[in-house]
Design a protein around this ligand. Sequence first.
Ligand code: IMP
Ligand code: MG
Length: 181
Amino acid sequence: MLEQDIERIFFSAEEIDKRLEEMAGEINRDYAGKELMLISVLRGSFVFMADLTRKITLPCTVDFLAVSSYGKGTTSSGQVQITKDLSDDIEGKDILVVEDILDSGNTLSYLMKLLRARHPASIRLCTLLDKPERRVVPVEVDYVGFTIPDEFVVGYGLDYAEKYRNLPYIGILKPSVYQHA
Ligand code: IMP
Ligand code: MG
């Protein structure tokens, strides 16, 4: 059972849902009268993206891209690579990048620069979680779900060694899980 590996729950499914209502409300107001293109950064943001998108009441399209991840470790290498690019052109569009967590900032500072160079009409960033204590590269962020301390979290799309993404809540793992890795 996955649940047995969890030491503590940070945010329950209900708390996440409530916060997403607020975030979507803000986005719906900010983009009123516009059409939005939501870009999910795979794989971590797929759950957040799916839930947030269903709370967006504006006309919108979705697209996905993937960047190289941490592999099995829990710290950033600083090396970022696009492993799967967008399917559509973003030129002239209002773009909202949807990410699971902002940590060192390496991934998003690289990604936002790359996407800006494709000349969208506007580009904003929405992250479910933010760990400001870990920032190495500054990143401007427009919508933040929760600010968290410097702890490695899993669940609700976030993984450790590709597992735990399917947990409906966000929590931290027992130290014994890392020792057996
Ligand atoms: P950054 O480039 O260091 O900001 O890292 C961003 C990426 O690292 C996120 O999109 C996640 O995939 C991963 N990451 C950072 N912190 C965590 C965490 O606490 N749990 C799971 N994945 C994390
Ligand atoms: Mg990610």
